[in-house]
Design a protein around this ligand. Structure first.
Ligand code: ADQ
Length: 465
């Protein structure tokens, strides 16, 4: 069997996934690495005075990790800069927040070269390499420049923006051209894949030789829509575990008969938290009779605190939740419980299960695993209702069971909340079953196997330049 080398910006040494607080991506990749020998390479999250390329190897829970420290300037320009102040907002359609600076682009290129120099000696001829996400678009090309002939795949965890938006990035053409170094490029859904092809064909002059094959010069790349899932079996088990039952009871007790609406998101402007609070406020305004019957629990651990737009969203949400609570609260009821901390997955599973409504309303999201976790955690006999943004990748899979909303419309959100609260049990069950079938069938094991099968497959899709 070929060894698998996974490369991503951050490497989180696996923990016991049942109780750990790891994000969906970390859990998915650790699961992939347990199946194959190989290693997971990336940034340690630490800084050093002078970049040395020293690799720190560790082994935990069946996974070998190899990490390097970066210089402060690297972190500023590559991670906080190009990745999170340029690409993240741009790829989430927020060109109003995207910052275009040559320092950022230069730092991004430098760090990708550093990663390539460091990881290249670890790569053996039969290894298959799988690079993750927008921090590392050019890494495949850098490895090719260093003589790497291995099969290399790339998976994008965030949306791909329409070409007219992407063209606002000065380096767009160069960046997309480097992607032709890969053999396979994966996106969550067809919409992101089609936007990529549109740019490649119209702006770079690539040829679409088959629906899933693009050719640019001598390079041919295969594209695939491969929606990521969750570790469904483990999550269902976690939802039935003693800590989950305890957190379920704790939530039900503290709800004192009221219906709970839950939101769980990293504190990020793409998640539409501000719009969600406004939609909920609209509901309180539209339906005075429902006011004390519900409350919204929003869990939002801070992320990327070094980036100004993240500090701003935090301040905005604190102001907004304060204003809504100030306007509507009574001595025995607070409309929004807003908490900024992370919880272990089993505790989270119990919270999801206790919630009558899962409110998942990103303005734009590559997939959104919280939506799937909410579904997986429900009691099949008495499931809650998922209200889902039509702009989340997950809507392509869960759209038949969820109540889809436009997250920019407070009125639509208000209507959906009322409909969910009044939905009879048989309709809730039927909708939940449709979603759960998808969450069970297209889980994270299905996702990783489908991608690695394609990447390791015998079909030759790449011609060397
Ligand atoms: P994220 O933007 O981080 O991921 P998401 O897919 O929702 O978004 O995953 C978040 C994960 O973090 C979930 O597993 C969730 O349980 C966990 N989490 C969030 N808040 C938490 C809390 N308070 N305590 C504990 N855990 C918490 C990116 C893309 C997504 C894509 C994933 C995977 O932005 O669109 O779905 O990668 O590809």
């Amino acid at each position: 069997m070929n060894r698998l080398i996974i490369i991503s910006n951050r490497v989180s040494a696996p923990t016991d996934s049942k109780s750990g607080a790891q994000g969906g991506l970390a859990v998915a990749l650790a699961a992939a690495l347990r199946e194959y020998r190989g290693l997971w390479f990336g940034w340690s999250g630490e800084t050093t005075d002078v970049f040395s390329g020293h690799i720190n190897f560790q082994r935990a829970h069946g996974v070998t990790t190899a990490t390097v420290d970066l210089e402060e300037q690297d972190v500023d320009e590559y991670y906080n800069g190009f990745a999170n102040r340029t690409l993240w907002p741009l790829f989430h359609y927020r060109i109003d927040l995207a910052e275009y600076a040559r320092d950022f682009a230069g730092g991004y290129k430098r760090v990708n070269e550093r990663f390539a120099d460091t990881v290249r000696p670890l790569i053996e001829p039969d290894d298959v390499i799988w690079i993750q996400d927008y921090h590392m678009f050019p890494l495949g090309g850098e490895l090719r420049d260093r003589g790497c002939k291995n099969r290399i795949g790339f998976f994008l965890h965030i949306p791909w923006p329409p070409r007219r938006l992407l063209n606002t990035l000065p380096e767009a053409g160069e960046l997309v051209a480097t992607l032709f170094a890969y053999d396979v490029i994966g996106f969550h859904i067809e919409e992101w894949l089609e936007s990529f092809c549109d740019f490649a064909v119209k702006d770079l002059g690539a040829e679409r030789v088959a629906p899933d094959v693009l050719k640019l010069g001598a390079r041919t790349v295969r594209v695939v829509a491969n929606p990521i899932g969750i570790d469904t079996q483990e999550f269902v088990a976690a939802a039935n575990s003693p800590p989950a039952r305890l957190s379920y009871r704790r939530m039900r007790d503290s709800a004192v008969g009221r219906d709970m609406i839950v939101g769980v998101d990293r504190l990020d402007y793409s998640k539409g938290l501000e719009e969600r609070f406004l939609g909920y406020e609209q509901f309180l305004k539209d339906h005075p009779e429902e006011r004390k019957e519900v409350f919204l629990l929003q869990i939002a651990p801070p992320s990327r605190g070094a980036v100004e737009s993240y500090q701003k969203i935090r301040a905005t949400l604190e102001g907004l939740s304060g204003r809504i609570n100030g306007g509507y609260a009574d001595v025995d009821w607070v409309p929004i419980r807003y908490v900024n901390q992370g919880y272990p997955r089993d505790v989270l599973a119990g919270i999801y299960r206790a919630a009558r409504i899962g409110l998942v309303t990103p303005l734009r999201d590559g997939m959104n695993l919280v939506a799937k976790e909410y579904v997986a955690a429900q009691d099949p006999e008495d499931p809650g209702v998922l209200i889902l943004s039509r702009f989340a990748g997950a809507a392509a899979q869960l759209g038949e069971g969820a109540l889809l909303v436009n997250p920019y419309s407070a009125e639509e959100m208000s209507d959906a909340i009322l409909r969910a609260l009044r939905m009879p049990r048989d309709e809730r069950q039927a909708r939940w079953r449709r979603m759960m079938d998808n969450v069970e069938q297209q889980d994270v094991i299905w996702w990783r196997k489908r991608f690695t099968d394609l990447l390791m497959g015998d079909v030759e899709v790449s011609a060397e330049a």
